[in-house]
Design a protein around this ligand. Structure first.
Ligand SMILES: Nc1ncnc2c1ncn2[C@@H]1O[C@H](COP(=O)(O)OP(=O)(O)OP(=O)(O)O)[C@@H](O)[C@H]1O
Ligand SMILES: [Mg+2]
Length: 250
């Protein structure tokens, strides 16, 4: 896996064990640059664990993984500036203003003051946050907090952004608006790797991978997955694929 790779994410037999429990089991993934890639699976399927490995936050037990052509096993520190990460329980500082959160996260990503100010202005425009910059985060609706967390994740202009259940617990209108932002981020050439339990959102992805108990059971475009299973919606296809796995086990 070289820096010239055309893949934003590439894994081979990626495995993570916690004691004798295997959370990520021989996962092979190839995500195209510029793609919106959906990562689907029931609670405990291993999505967050996979993302944390890809973000260099957790060491894999075995296998290979590269992000933007950088081998994570060998160079976990090199990969961090290339990616943005919005964690499942995203952590903004409630007591701080929106702009102070952005200054803090920009600093964490190593941005110097002048480019940081320019990026805050630029990203605030992209995400529609200018009117909120001086507001304290506490008290803002969840939908806005999620937008702020997205802004913080892309401040340093990463090539790829990992969004772990970014729309969990927000209303349908805010979810739709958030997906408009995701498309905007992808339009700027970034790869978006996103997990969701909402199958209507999964339909918006260019391709999706369905994970069950640490393994990838299907990876393709929503259209192809539906065509192969003969189901009218991705939700039906997802339920069929996972149910088939459960049946095979009993
Ligand atoms: N540090 C840990 N130690 C032991 N087990 C863990 C650890 N982290 C995760 N697990 C287990 O690994 C499995 C996968 O967890 P993970 O959080 O990756 O799932 P997920 O697909 O993100 O689920 P959800 O949809 O609920 O967010 C779960 O059974 C979880 O309990
Ligand atoms: Mg998770």
């Amino acid at each position: 896996m070289t820096a010239e790779t055309r893949w934003a994410v590439e894994t081979h037999a990626l495995t993570k064990r916690f004691g004798d429990f295997t959370a990520v089991d021989n996962v092979d993934l190839q995500v195209h640059k510029g793609e919106i890639f959906g990562f689907l699976g029931a609670n405990g399927a291993g999505k967050t664990t996979t993302i944390r490995i890809l973000c260099g936050l957790l060491r894999a037990t075995s296998g290979q993984a590269s992000v933007s052509g950088v081998n994570i096993m060998r160079h976990p520190e090199k990969v961090k500036p290339l990616l943005g990460y919005m964690s499942q329980k995203f952590s903004l500082y409630d007591d701080l203003r929106v702009i102070d959160n952005m200054i803090f996260f920009g600093g964490v990503y190593g941005l110097k003051w002048k480019p940081l100010k320019q990026r805050i202005d630029h990203v605030s425009g992209e995400i529609g946050l200018h009117h909120l910059l001086n507001r304290q985060v506490r008290g803002l609706p969840t939908g806005w907090k999620q937008r702020i967390a997205l802004a913080c994740a892309i401040l340093h202009d990463p090539a790829i952004v990992f969004l772990d259940e970014p729309t969990g617990g927000v209303d349908p209108v805010s979810r739709r608006q958030f997906w408009d932002l995701i498309y905007g981020v992808a339009d700027t050439g970034k790869t978006v790797f996103v997990t969701t339990h909402y199958m209507d959102e999964a339909e918006y992805c260019h391709r999706v991978a369905i994970m069950y108990q640490g393994r990838i059971v299907s990876c393709d475009t929503p259209h192809t997955i539906k065509a192969q299973s003969g189901d009218p919606t991705l939700e039906d296809a997802f339920i069929r694929l996972v149910s088939d796995r459960i049946r095979q086990e009993v």
